[in-house]
Design a protein around this ligand. Structure first.
Ligand code: ZN
Ligand code: ZN
Length: 360
């Protein structure tokens, strides 16, 4: 079993743990388990200590887990903490970090019961996520492929947009084309929102038929080899009104301003501010009610967040979305989103799809 990319990740985690005075780290979030061990099953618990790793899972994964990971494996029925608790006790681990923002309360209680008399449980939220935020060249390549696949599926589908097609039908076509091109599936629930519904930033795709002179927002991403992509593009059915064109130009300008400000060393909130400033100058500040972007990788939303209050600095190798928008109730909304790689000089826009307002 090749431990290739996983062992160095665990070593890096061990360094961070040492800085925090942790003897061990109990990793419960599945994407973090996958990142550190290679295991892709839906039930597991990973204990990292002194350069070693023990992974617990249940008998459904007995074969798979040994194919996917070089870590020591414990296969047990029932709650995973019951498999890991004895390991913690036997090794005499004293300060055990756990993922406070991702472990559910029942698991935490069960864990406390298992180890309370032996070890202190220390909240260590975001520890693995912070390591994950900076991607290796191999990970960037996987994201790049997910991005390209999504754009290719988008091109397949976009030419079939006609008035009368339902939002759900179009979303289904996108999902189908992504799978057909080799994706595991959509990276998140595909959003197709038409007319006034496009003003809902997180609209749920509905059975509504797309109208004759309407805005159409498509927010779509593919998952490929575990990695996500994320893109939003706007279409218009029939000739757009002058006001729609103006709105589109402003959002595009805001997106370009944000992209221009992305660079290693820049504070994440600075990127958000660059987009917001353009929208504010046009009186659209209050119409932009979400943050400018988010990291993505094994998950569709992961650090860093490009929000107003983010103090973390961008680093080369981070992959983030840049997606300002403006949403006007009763009229419609516009969002333009690319997936980009942060570099020392700026950023590389991975999304190849044109950013013209597509009139169909
Ligand atoms: Zn998106
Ligand atoms: Zn996004």
């Amino acid at each position: 079993m090749d431990d290739g990319e996983f062992a160095p990740r665990r070593r890096l985690l061990a360094e961070r743990m040492a800085e925090l005075g942790l003897d061990a780290m109990l990793v419960s979030a599945l994407p973090n388990i996958r990142y550190l061990s290679g295991f892709t099953g839906s039930n597991g618990l990973l204990l990292i200590y002194g350069g070693e790793a023990v992974l617990a899972t249940d008998p459904r994964y007995a074969t798979q887990v040994r194919q996917e990971t070089a870590c020591r494996v414990v296969v047990k029925r029932g709650a995973m903490v019951r498999a890991i608790g004895p390991v913690i006790r036997k090794l005499g681990l004293r300060a055990v970090g756990f993922e406070a923002s991702r472990m559910d309360v029942a698991t935490f209680h069960a864990l406390s019961k298992e180890v309370a008399s032996h070890a202190a449980l220390k909240p260590a939220a975001g520890l693995v996520e912070r390591i994950r935020a900076v991607k290796s060249p191999e990970e960037v390549e996987r994201i790049r492929r997910a991005v390209r696949l999504c754009s290719a599926a988008f091109n397949d589908v976009v030419r079939r947009v006609r008035p009368g097609i339902r939002e759900l039908e179009l979303a289904a076509e996108l999902d189908y084309r992504m799978r057909k091109r080799g994706a595991e599936g959509p990276a998140f629930e595909t959003i197709v929102a038409s007319g006034a519904r496009s003003a809902l930033p997180h609209a749920r795709t509905s059975p509504k038929p797309i109208g004759r002179r309407e805005l159409l927002l498509i927010d779509v991403g593919a998952q490929l080899n575990g990695y996500s992509s994320d893109m939003t593009r706007m279409l218009h059915l029939g000739r757009p009104a002058a006001e729609t064109r103006r709105l589109y130009r402003v959002v595009l300008e805001a997106q370009r301003a944000a992209l221009d400000s992305v660079r290693a060393g820049v504070v994440a909130s600075q990127v958000d501010r660059s987009a917001r400033r353009v929208l504010q100058a046009q009186g659209l500040g209050p119409r932009f009610a979400h943050s400018t972007g988010h990291g993505l990788g094994l998950e569709i939303h992961e650090p860093p967040r490009l929000g107003r209050r983010e103090t973390a600095r961008l680093e080369a190798g981070m992959v983030v979305t840049v997606e300002p928008g403006a949403y006007i109730e009763g009229f419609g909304g516009i969002r333009i989103e690319d997936t980009v790689l942060v570099t020392s000089k700026g950023c590389e826009i991975l999304t190849p799809t044109s950013k013209e307002l597509m009139v169909v």
